[in-house]
Design a protein around this ligand. Structure first.
Ligand code: SF4
Ligand code: NI
Length: 677
């Protein structure tokens, strides 16, 4: 038995000694928050041993600061550990994580340390965490124990192996520190606000400690209680403030302490089903059969039907079942979901149809990407070995739709077609439906509507952030269109999407309205009083952390560049996406910078205040290629067909000097436009 108070004292002394003898540089990559815990607590950017000691002293010898500095030094000395360990998690991942915490696909965070003496108990515990929508971090001997029990670890399984020692668990704390700074409006150095934020437990976090921690490790884990995190121990410890539980009860006990309630209804199919599996992939070698993805015709369609035509829970398979399909082959597939409900409207069809993607991915052995007739679906060999049939995908969909939309849907039936002729025949019907839906959205202009829609979902983490979504300016996260906002408001009138009256025009080209300003002032709790919807330079929209891309001014070339999240390299602004994102997020309004969706680049309202798309001087090549067909068409429509080739990418320019030279050589119109400032 380890006596916790004694270990905390001895371990704390060891940490203090390690701090005193620390030397050399200290740094993490891909973060704008330096050593995040030290930065959050003291406001000091730690870069070497001396600044580390200064931060430690300024923090009142906070053991979390010492833990971070000592661990960072060891990591800097020995280099990254390599697979399966992740080490420090970059800012970009934390932003995605923030989004999942907001939309409820992750309910809380858990850290597991120590060495479980029973691998099966540990595996069951991890599975329970996955099924209960928790994101779990693993540090130390628990990782090999799980691997021996054939538990798959990785961010995609929501079991993140941070490192080979419990001391790597510090990355769990540096994530919480960054969540507080990025989304919680906690200013670096405002330790009181940080503690208040932690006490509110917006990012709900817990620790499960198995036996086998050293004194120093006990001291580190114990210090997490400062952040309001409950620590559950499963034997081997006595004294102190850790809650004792049996291993098998730890998850429930922890979630009770955090006040997280979930009801998990099992769907009777022979594979696990949970949002925990949403991010996984099924590689070619692991796949039993695939559908679509350009290899065979495949599509999906959700339609409203009269209640007399829908038999709730009915699943029909037309064409060959799994056992008649050749392993490794590509097979045609139609996924037809018919729904009926008194409160359902035809407008909702595309919104619900997009959930097919999420639900199929919830299956441990089924994978889905894209939508409509671009879908690509795989099922794994392992799942088929366990008895998975195509029919079960239908059962999964029918059950999940009923569970997630109980007020909207009274009945759901699913038909899965694998017969080639029948898929091709039905596909013609589907094409007509897609075309009709597109025409409805395409025709919609900001001019034609009286209301825009707000979204404040991200306020959980960025308390003053407000998105305003218009027909021609989709939400910066790319996830929500104006039509979606309207439908979400109808489905849940008191929810995060509210109508914003488009009255009192102040400035047409900038997109400023009295009605919008009034709404934003209220919804941002007074933090923001003006917002120009189509502007970057002055009074741009606030940015939470979920933007697909960032538009920013490059004054040297009188133009504007856009960089998307996937692009990892340097940009002519001298900053990478992740550095930029760290600077503008958190719900602030930052003149010269706007968080945008990729789709907004194709809008006539894009950069309207600054003179339109002619200001666009630089884009990452992959984004340019992704948008090429639609962007070329848009430019041609606006009489700017030759602009496409004048927009530089990293192949033409990586620095502002190279960009300037390139723009001059091609005669880019931005150079001759009105000065931006
Ligand atoms: Fe967050 Fe804005 Fe997307 Fe809503 S629309 S989820 S507030 S980024
Ligand atoms: Ni957001």
């Amino acid at each position: 038995m380890i006596d916790i108070p004694r270990a905390v004292e001895a371990g704390g002394a060891a940490l203090a000694t390690a701090m005193a003898s620390l030397d050399g540089p200290l740094a993490y990559e891909e973060t704008a928050y330096h050593l995040p815990i030290s930065f959050a607590v003291t406001g000091t950017p730690v870069t070497d041993a001396d600044s580390a000691r200064a931060a430690y002293a300024a923090s009142g010898e906070n053991p979390l600061v010492a833990w971070e500095c000592v661990r960072a030094r060891r990591a800097n000395e020995s280099g990254p550990e390599g697979p399966p360990y992740t080490g420090f998690i970059p800012d970009a991942e934390i932003r995605k994580l923030g989004y999942s915490l907001v939309d409820g696909s992750i309910l809380g965070l858990c850290l597991i340390v120590g060495k479980p003496d029973n691998a099966d108990v540990a595996a069951a515990l991890c599975r329970e965490l996955q099924e209960k929508y928790m994101l779990t971090f693993l540090a130390g001997p628990v990782v090999p124990v799980l691997q021996e029990a054939h538990v798959r670890v990785g961010l995609e399984y929501r079991l993140v192996p941070l490192g080979s020692t419990p001391s790597h668990g510090v990355h769990f704390a540096d994530i919480l520190a960054r969540v507080a700074m990025m989304f919680g409006g906690v200013a670096p150095g405002d330790a009181a606000r940080l503690l208040a934020y932690a006490a509110e437990r917006r990012a709900r976090a817990m620790v499960i400690a198995f036996p086998g921690l050293s004194d120093e490790e006990v001291a580190c884990v114990d210090a997490l209680r400062m952040l309001g995190i409950p620590i559950l121990q499963t034997g081997g410890y006595e004294g102190g403030d850790w809650t004792a539980t049996e291993g098998k009860d730890a998850v429930r006990a922890g979630m009770d302490l955090l006040g997280i309630r979930v009801t998990v209804t099992a769907i009777p199919i022979p594979m696990g089903c949970s949002p925990a599996f949403e991010g996984k992939s099924i590689r070619k070698e692991e796949m039993y059969v695939e559908f679509g993805g350009g290899r065979s015709p495949a599509f999906e369609l959700l339609r409203m039907k009269d209640s007399s035509e829908v038999e709730d829970g009915r699943v029909t398979v037309i064409g060959p079942e799994i056992e008649e399909l050749k392993e490794g082959s590509a097979v045609p597939l139609a996924i037809l979901v018919d729904v009926a409900g008194k409160n359902f409207r035809k407008d909702y069809e595309p919104v619900l149809e997009r959930r097919i993607h999420n639900f199929v991915n919830y299956g441990e052995g089924s994978w889905h990407t894209a939508q409509r007739d671009l879908i690509w679906v795989r099922v794994s060999k392992e799942a088929v070995k366990n008895g998975l049939r195509i029919e079960h995908l239908g059962k999964l969909l029918a059950a999940k739709f009923r569970m997630d939309f109980p007020d909207l849907l009274d009945a759901v039936q699913v038909t899965l077609v694998t017969d080639l002729d029948e898929v091709e025949r039905l596909k013609k019907e589907a094409d007509a439906v897609y075309e009709e839906r597109d025409a409805r959205i395409r025709g919609m202009k900001d001019e034609d509507v009286d209301v825009f829609y707000s979204c404040t979902l991200c306020q959980t983490f960025a308390p003053d952030h407000v998105c305003v979504i218009t027909p021609e300016r989709p939400a910066l996260c790319g996830a929500i269109s104006w039509l979606d906002g309207r439908i979400a408001h109808e489905i849940s009138p008191a929810g995060a999407n509210q109508p914003v009256k488009k009255e009192g025009l102040i400035d047409r080209s900038g997109g400023e309205f009295e009605g919008v300003n009034r709404f934003i002032k209220k919804a941002s709790h007074g933090a923001v009083d003006r917002c120009r919807l189509y502007a970057v330079v002055e009074y741009p929209m606030t940015a939470c952390g979920c933007f697909e891309a960032i538009a920013l001014v490059l004054p040297e070339v009188n133009g504007i560049m856009v960089v998307n999240r996937e692009y990892k390299g340097e940009t002519p602004s001298g900053m990478t996406f992740s550095t930029l994102a760290g600077t503008i997020g958190g719900g602030a309004q930052t003149p010269g910078f706007a968080g945008i969706s990729k789709g907004y680049l194709l809008s006539d309202r894009f950069l309207q205040a600054e003179g339109g798309i002619e200001r666009l001087v630089w884009l990452p090549a992959a984004l340019k290629e992704e948008l090429a067909p639609r962007l070329k068409a848009k430019l041609a429509e606006r009489g700017l067909a030759d602009l496409f080739d004048k927009i530089a990418t990293e192949h033409e320019a990586n620095t502002i000097e190279e960009l300037m030279a390139y723009l001059e050589s091609v005669g880019h119109p931005a150079l001759a436009m009105k000065e931006l400032f």
